[in-house]
Design a protein around this ligand. Structure first.
Ligand code: ZN
Ligand code: ZN
Length: 421
């Protein structure tokens, strides 16, 4: 049963951009870690006919994710339609320079901008947000008066906290394992079940990148996962929804030929050069679920603590290290990547494609990888992401947007504003 409620106003302004009221149910999927290579490999074996049809019948391009190419900053950017400088979430962790404490951004600090989801809900739209992990649900549901839950905590949803109960009954299976392909498939199945049973205007489905961290694009497990996602995309379209698919970041192999992780332990190199305790490396990919990336990705922040340290000298030193693609001062990084200055390090370091950055070797537990090759993200090499819309755009926008480099956080704007009526 799909029927969007009547629009109370023609459009809504959120963070300086305006969005038309959804004339049809609009579903945006954040396909976590879906590097364009996963679509390419699946397409080559005809595993994703529905997604392929989006590209031929609707609109498809390659967009750029927000930097750093991590899950939280990009999911928040997508639901805000704005970069991290606007909403303040530029990683999972930042270092509070006043206290020296590492603060988890999503949990402990308020977002600085309203979301498109909350704004539409406030205006009377039926809004649903479903995430893989519960941590992200809390951020995406910021000020959202609607249905919001995670696959992770599907068995403990309450009306008061989530706007829905008995999600496992609705979906017909128990909450999935955190480290499983089903964590993402459950999100899609729950979205489908909701569309089948009640009117929805706007839905955001955010998956998990467990499969992409664990398997390369050509591996059978990845192809099988793509096939399963595609079947669900097919169902969403069959239910009449306008579907938008975008990714929060890509994914790259960061291991040596023999299988050991290719890591530059920047914290150890800085300690050896400038002395222990003079600098601190923050890996903003760190989260409570590190099993598949060992808290290592392609982007770190360096804080300088010793007054005698000359930042330019440290920048030159880091630039000379193998595996480093880009080193920027806080000011340069914030300008180039639209990041909030008060949560930025003194120095930003981006790895070359195929290399992961770490703090000190002893800070990372590589046994968590359990012998698997390290696959991760965070840098510029993971910035290109698929951007697909199930329906054709207006002729003017089809040409205009085809010639523009879209950002992944333009997806709500394109899905709501540019789809042909
Ligand atoms: Zn992600
Ligand atoms: Zn990841």
């Amino acid at each position: 049963m799909i029927n969007a409620v009547k629009r109370p106003s023609a459009s809504l302004a959120v963070n300086g951009r305006s969005y038309f009221w959804p004339s049809r149910t609009t579903v945006v999927i954040c396909f976590d870690g879906c590097d364009p290579a996963y679509l390419g490999a699946a397409r080559a074996v005809n595993a994703i006919p529905a997604i392929d049809r989006m590209a031929t019948d609707g609109f498809a391009t390659v967009a750029l994710a927000a930097m750093p190419t991590f899950t939280n900053p990009n999911n928040i950017s997508i639901v805000c339609g704005a970069p991290p400088s606007v909403h303040g979430v530029s990683g999972n962790f930042f270092l509070d320079r006043a206290t020296g404490e590492e603060i988890m951004m999503v949990d402990a600090t308020p977002m600085r901008a309203p979301t498109i989801l909350a704004s539409f809900a406030k205006a009377g739209a039926k809004v649903v947000a479903i995430t893989a992990k519960d941590k992200l649900r809390k951020a995406l549901a910021y000020q959202l008066d609607g249905i919001a839950f995670s696959a992770e905590k599907a068995d403990t949803c309450t009306l008061a906290e989530n706007g829905i109960k008995d999600v496992t009954g609705l979906v017909g299976r128990k909450a999935p394992d955190l480290y499983s392909a089903d964590l993402s498939l459950f999100v899609l199945d729950a979205g489908i079940r909701l569309l089948e049973t009640q009117p929805v205007d706007l839905m955001y489905l955010s998956l998990s990148d467990y499969v992409q961290h664990t398997f390369g694009p050509d591996e059978p497990e990845a192809i099988c996962f793509m096939r399963e996602v595609d079947r669900r995309v097919e169902r969403l379209m069959a239910l009449g929804a306008v579907v938008g698919i975008v990714a929060d970041h890509g994914m790259n192999d960061m291991a040596e030929a023999g299988g050991s992780p290719r890591v530059l332990y920047l914290g150890d190199r800085l300690d050896a050069e400038w002395g222990p305790g003079t600098t601190r490396v923050i890996c903003p990919i760190t989260d409570p679920f590190v099993r598949h990336h060992g808290a290592m990705g392609g982007f770190v922040r360096v804080h300088l603590f010793a007054a005698h340290l000359d930042r330019d000298a440290v920048i030159s030193f880091v630039r000379s290290l193998p595996g480093v693609a880009l080193v920027l001062s806080r000011e340069q990084a914030c300008k180039r990547f639209d990041l909030p200055e008060d949560r930025e390090g003194d120095i930003v370091v981006v790895a070359e494609k195929g290399t992961a950055l770490g703090a000190r070797a002893k800070d990372h537990d590589l046994t968590q990888l359990a012998g698997a090759r390290l696959r991760s993200h965070g840098g510029l090499a993971e910035q290109e992401v698929p951007f697909l819309i199930s329906h054709p755009l207006t002729p003017q926008h089809q040409a205009e947007l085809g010639a523009t480099r879209l950002r992944n956080f333009d997806i709500f704007s394109v899905a709501l504003n540019h789809v042909r009526a």
